[in-house]
Design a protein around this ligand. Structure first.
Ligand code: NDP
Length: 455
């Protein structure tokens, strides 16, 4: 009787909260998805800790502290004026300056950036470093643009953004479509406008304040996290067949680390299709991918032509048999049917390099089958962790060695794993990493918000 009453109360709080939230943010489906997932994980916890409910912490956390939307006019190589839209969502600064990447991609809109900023709050909290959460970007597409066009766009974008960021206020980084080239142009323009050399962006080049291991960090971290999960079942990457999606920054260094730990990566993809190389993408082949994607800016199909691998146009890699799947491209790239196919083919572990790559019903399939599932906000937190370490090195005006940074990264990923186990272990011993990450990430931010009064 009591338990039925309690669960009814719980579900009505959840329903009421979600209804209000959706009414306030109509049509923002990705944002709804991210907040719904967290709410589901937190319902019991919040009911058991009424101080959070009474202070409306969840209501406050799902409302951005500030959103900046601005016009980005620039001139292309033909002398024609182009207009894009720029954004920065400053979600939560309870535990540190806003921190999170910039995404340049034609699909960018407010819903996607609000979901990413919301996720970032929990992720940054999990890292144990003092960083709040934010995200930004533009609907600008860097593909097929010349370096000159990308530079002029970045300069115009930063001309407005520079008014709202700073090393103690908001510190952006890269994400889809924003790599070393873009960070360089953005940093150069900030320095010129403000006349100060400061750690206002992370992911900078080594020679001008960047940290060793930052480019590698998200991919390496995703694999370290998967390795920790495998260890809980006395297993490892040795001899494992691994499918990876994407072929950008995260996918490249995920592949490198899997190879190092003795696994074999057999797929990579981009937005046009995927390649399947049953012999494995070894160090030499990966070098080719890095040149293809980072310098030549070509399509993954060229890999298939070069190495005689199979190419599947307009398809995703999840039908390929694997032991471990590491989605490293974009949101909602594994649906329910694909998740079922992964399980049917013997997949025992999914660790998310991308943000929210699995749809909610795909996650249900993982949890129902009790495989090892590491959600993005835990598994891909290595990138922002090393960004945090880059901020520390900038403040100290020092740079740490590769081994030092990699050591910190490994330790942080292990700590995140421990937090997930602490909050996510169920009575039968199964670890629900999603609940663990959501509750573990929530507590620190919620406590800081309570301490800081009505903020
Ligand atoms: P990149 O731009 O370097 O690479 C993105 C890759 O994903 C490319 O291969 C791209 O293909 C593919 N991709 C992008 N959009 C789509 C789409 N709609 N459908 C299919 N494929 C797509 O970005 P990153 O590697 O930095 O980011 C990948 C993921 O990792 C994102 O979800 C990002 O949010 C997440 N992440 C990144 C971090 C970082 O430090 N960089 C930190 C934490 C998470 P194409 O070339 O055709 O566009």
């Amino acid at each position: 009787m009591t338990s039925t009453m309690t669960s009814t109360k719980r579900s009505s709080f959840g329903e009421e909260f979600m209804n209000n939230f959706k009414n306030r943010n109509p049509g923002e489906i990705e944002f709804h998805q991210a907040v719904h997932e967290v709410t589901e994980s937190l319902l019991n916890f919040i009911e058991d800790n009424p101080k959070y409910k009474n202070a409306k912490i969840l209501e406050r956390m799902s409302e951005p502290e500030r959103i900046i939307i601005f016009r980005v006019p620039w001139v292309d190589d033909k002398g024609e004026i182009q207009v894009n839209r720029g954004y920065r969502v400053e979600m939560n600064s309870a535990i540190g300056p806003y921190k999170g990447g910039l995404r340049f991609h034609p699909t960018v809109n407010l819903s996607i950036l609000k979901f990413l900023a919301f996720e970032q709050v929990f992720k940054n909290s999990l890292t144990t470093l003092p960083m709040g959460g934010g995200k930004g970007g533009s609907d600008f597409d860097p593909k097929q643009k010349t370096d000159g066009e990308v530079m002029r766009f970045c300069q115009s974008f930063m001309t407005e953004l520079s008014k709202h960021i700073g090393p103690n206020t908001d510190v952006p980084a890269g994400d889809i479509g924003v790599g070393g080239r873009e960070i360089g142009f953005l940093f150069g323009q900030y320095k010129r406008l403000r006349n100060e050399f400061t750690g206002v962006l992370t992911g900078k080049g080594r020679e001008w304040g960047g940290s060793l291991i930052r480019p590698e960090a998200t991919g390496y971290g995703t694999v370290y996290f998967a390795d920790e999960m495998l260890r809980t079942r006395n297993d490892s990457f040795k001899g494992k067949i691994v499918t990876v999606s994407g072929s950008g920054n995260v996918a490249q260094f995920t592949t490198e680390k899997v190879n190092e730990l003795g696994g074999k990566v057999v797929t990579l993809s981009d937005s046009s299709g995927f390649i399947h190389d049953p012999d494995g993408i070894d160090a030499e082949k990966l070098k080719f991918v890095m040149r293809l994607k980072n310098i030549k800016r070509g399509r993954i199909e060229e890999y298939a032509k070069k190495f005689g691998a199979e190419y599947y146009a307009n398809e995703r890699p999840w039908k390929i048999k694997c032991d471990v799947a590491l989605p490293c491209a974009t949101q909602n790239e594994i649906n329910k049917q694909e998740a079922e196919l992964l399980i049917k083919n013997g997949c025992i572990c999914v660790s998310e390099g991308a943000n929210m790559p699995s749809t909610p019903d795909a996650v249900d399939v993982y949890l129902k089958n009790k495989i090892l599932y590491g959600p993005g906000k835990a598994a891909n937190a290595g990138g922002v962790s090393v960004s945090g370490l880059e901020m520390s090195q900038n403040s100290l005006r020092m740079s740490w060695t590769r081994e030092e940074v990699d050591g910190h990264l490994k330790r942080i990923m292990q700590d995140i794993h421990t937090t997930c186990v602490k909050y996510g272990k169920t009575k039968d011993g199964f670890i629900n990493y999603m609940d663990g990450a959501n509750i573990g990430g929530f507590v620190k931010v919620a406590e800081a918000m309570l301490a800081q009064g009505l903020v």
